[in-house]
Design a protein around this ligand. Structure first.
Ligand code: GDP
Ligand code: MG
Length: 177
């Protein structure tokens, strides 16, 4: 079913959560524009960006919300979460604190969204092999405990980025039909 004159069948809102500098803005940039930036703090203040995906022959418009730097001051406003149907909870594989904070981010998310919302735990910066501090086993154990999927990405070399977003979108899609 196509909604009156629009060029898509469904629209889903996703949010990117996680500590500052884990790579959320670059994951968004890689996914929506296939770009990467070394310095995004000053250049990117976008609130959201769109990307169209085709799942099971249906055109899905994904609207992905970024915190636009608010997470640095722990002042992510409720409107950010409101109406979101899926999330990527991102940590930096080289920063254990960012991994430790994941449960706090997910609790915060659940205060504003339904409990069965599809979430993918994302360990980003997989390209920094020599600096890795969080093992795949540790991350997989947390994901199992939270009953969510786990994926390792690199916004820098594009590894697994599209797959991580597609996993969330597919989760939302099959919950709806
Ligand atoms: P945000 O604060 O979570 O939005 O993080 P940013 O996207 O602004 O990224 C913070 C810093 O990490 C920037 O210097 C990015 O260039 C860098 N960065 C982001 N993703 C990656 C990645 O996958 N690999 C590497 N090596 N650096 C990354
Ligand atoms: Mg950012």
């Amino acid at each position: 079913k196509s909604s009156g004159g629009s060029d898509y069948d469904l629209i889903f809102k996703l949010v990117l959560i996680g500590d500052s500098s884990v790579g959320k803005s670059n994951l968004l940039l890689r996914f929506t524009r296939n770009e990467f930036r070394l310095d995004t703090q000053s250049t990117i203040g976008v609130e959201f960006a769109y990307k169209q995906l085709i799942i099971d022959g249906k055109k899905i418009k994904t609207q992905v919300w970024d915190t636009a730097g608010q997470e640095r001051f722990k002042t992510v406003i409720p409107q950010f979460y409101r109406g979101s149907e899926g999330a990527l909870a991102v940590f930096d594989l080289t920063k254990p604190e960012s991994f430790d904070h994941i449960t706090v981010w997910i609790e915060e998310l659940h205060r504003h969204t339904p409990p069965d919302l599809p979430i993918v735990l994302v360990g980003n910066k997989s390209d920094l092999v020599d600096q890795r501090k969080v093992s795949r086993q540790q991350a997989t154990a947390l994901a199992e405990q939270l009953n969510i999927s786990y994926m390792e990405t690199s916004a820098l070399n594009a590894s697994n980025v599209e797959q991580a977003f597609i996993t969330v979108v597919t989760g939302i899609f099959y919950k709806k039909i």
